[in-house]
Design a protein around this ligand. Sequence first.
Ligand code: GCU
Length: 670
Amino acid sequence: MSMLSQPHISNAHFKTRIFLLTLTPAYTDKHAHINHKTISQQRKTMKVFLLGALWGCALFTQFICATEAPLQNTSLQALSIQTYSRDSVSLNGEWKIIVDPYENGYYNYRYEPFDQQATPSQNAYFTDSKQKSPGDLLEYDFDKSASLQVPGDWNTQTDKLYYYEGTVWYRKTFDAPPTKNGERTFLYFGAVNYRADVYLNGKKLGVHVGGFTPFHYEITGKLKDKNNSLVVKVDNKRHADAVPTLNTDWWNYGGITREVKLITVPQTFIRDYKIELTSLADKTVSGRVLLDGAKGGEKISLKLPELNIQQTLTANSSGAAHFSFIATNAQLWSPENPKLYSLQINAGKDKFTDTVGLRSISTQGKQLLLNGKPIFLRGVSVHEEYSAKGGGRVKNAAEAKQLLDWAKGFNANFVRLAHYPHNEDMVRLADQMGLLVWSEIPVYWTINWSNEATYQNAEAQLTAMIERDKNRAAVIIWSLANETPVSDARNKFLTRLATKARSLDNSRLLSAAMEKHYRTDNANVAVVQDPLAEHLDLVSFNQYIGWYDGAPEKIDRITWEINYNKPVFISEFGGDARAGNHGDIDTIFTEEFQENLYIKTLKMLDGIDGFVGTSPWILTDFRSPRRHLPGIQDEFNRKGVYSNTGEKKKAFFVLKNYYDNKAEQNATNN
Ligand code: GCU
C-alpha cells in the first residue's frame, strides 16, 4: 500500500511518530550464571523485559499502522474554504518544470526521501537551490528549465509528455501580496492530478492525493516579501490502491490542472457557509455560516437584498452561526428559470458575497420531483475534456461553457459530470445556465474495497466534492461510484460512503451508476438488482445493449425487471461512431449504426416503469488509452453525439428530437 492512497498529510505528523519510537528499553545476554535469589530476580527482570518488549511492540505496530492507516485530516486545511467569489492573487500562468521519472529530486541515491531529512540536501528539487560558486555541484536549475502553463495538463502541452505518467516538478516564484496587520494568507489549488507534494521556500506544506478536488494551506508567516519559491511535485502514476485505480477509460492527464491562487483574509474570516430550501411548503430557507479565527460572540450580518432578507447572527465558540428565514417571494431555481440571488455575509472586517439558487429536489415513489413537480432528466454524460483545439483537461470557464452549450444544443436540462468532480466553473455555469448536475467521485470499476486507506481516500474526495458544491442549486445528485462489481467488501465500502454523504448533505439525492444482468431463466429479461440500491434514492445503471451486449436488434426484445419503488435513471448507453463515417445501420462505427442504436434504445427506455431520465454516453468523443482502432478511434472513445471538435453526428438529431418531445410533455404536464 503506498502513501498515495492517503488524502492529506501535513508534515508535522511524521516527525512525532519517529520521536515516540526511540523511547523503547534495551537488554543484552551477559548475565547468564544462576542462584535462587538471582532466579527470582531474573524472573522479575524477565517480567520487566517481557512487559517492555510488549510495550515496544505495541508502539511499533501503532507506528506501522499509523503510516499504513489513513491519517484523518486533522488540520484546519481539512475544512473546505469557499473561495470562488473572493478577491485573490492568481499564480496561474507559466511555471518552470523538471520532468523527473526517477524522482531524483525527491529521493537520494539510497532512495530515502529528501523531505524526511532534518536538513534536506540542496539536491532536493524542492529546495529550488542555486549554484553558489563555480565549483558548486548542482544538477538542476529551475530558472533555466522548460515551462508549462498552469492550469493545464502536461500531456497536451508538449508531445514529449503525451503518454507520460510519473513525476513532474513545478516551480513558481512570486512576491508576497500586501497584507495589513493580522491578515492571513491561504494558498489554494483547484486540483492537481494525482499526488501533490507542496513546498514553500523549501519547507513542506503537505501532501494532497486525489486529482479532482481542491485543497489549500494556510501560509501566514511563511512568506518572504520577495521571490517566494513555490514547488509542487506532481505525480500522476496510477496505483491499485488509489481512487481511481489502475484501469479507467479516460486519459490520465497529469499536472496542475486547475487554478492556483493566494487569498488574503482578516484574522477572523468567513470560511464557509451552507444554505438550502428546507421547506418547499412555506419556503423556509436555513443554513449556517462558519467563521475561522472566531472566539465566539462575533456578529455576522447575512443579506439577500433582492428578497429583503437581512439577519444578524452571533457566532458560537467554534465560529458557527445558524440561520433560518421564510423567503415568501423567492422564485425557485429550475432549468427553465435558473434564478440566482445575491448573498452577502459580513463579519468584522470580512465580507463575502456569492450567488445562490433556492430549489427542492426529492423523490416520491418512482417519481422525481423538482420543486414538488415531476421532472424528466434530459441528460448527457460529460468528461472534463475539451480537445477541440488540441487541448486536454478543461482549463477555463470558456471551454466549460462550450461543452455546456453543446449539451444545450440538443435541449438537455441535465449533465452527468463523469466520473470525477469537474472544475468549479463547470458547476457554476450549470447554475447560471439552468442545467441540473450529477456529480461523481472516481470510485470506478475495481477499486481495492478492503483497503482502509483507499476508503479514506474515497471519503476525502466525497467530502471535498460535497463541501465545494453544496451551495449550487444545479447540483441535485451525488454519485458514489461507477460500474462497481457487487461483493460484500464493495457493498460495505459504498454503504459507508452513502452514510457519509448523507451526514454531509441530506438535501440532495444519492445515486451510483450500477449494472444490469439477465434472469437466468429468461435471457430477454434484464434485471437491475443491487444491494447498494437500498441505500440510494435513484436506481441508476449503465446499459450497452446493442453495443457491448449483442447487436442493436436485441434491444427490441428486451424487457426490464427493476423491483424498487424508486425512480429509474439510465446513466449510460451508446456506441462509437467516427463523425463523417457513413454506411448502413449494420456497419459498426458509422453514424448510421449509432443513430439506429439511439432510436432503438430510447424507445426501449420509454418502456421502463419509473423511467425519469438518461445521460447517454457521451457528449463529445474523448481521449482514451483503451481505444486503438486506427482511422476510427486513434486513442479516442468515439461515443460522442458530437465529435471532439463539435461536429454533430446523426445521433445528435435523434436525441434532440427526443428531448424536444420530452420537454413539451413535461411543460404540458406541469
Ligand atoms: C463504461 C464506463 C465509461 C466508458 C464507457 C465506454 O460504461 O462507465 O467510462 O467510457 O463505458 O465503454 O465507452
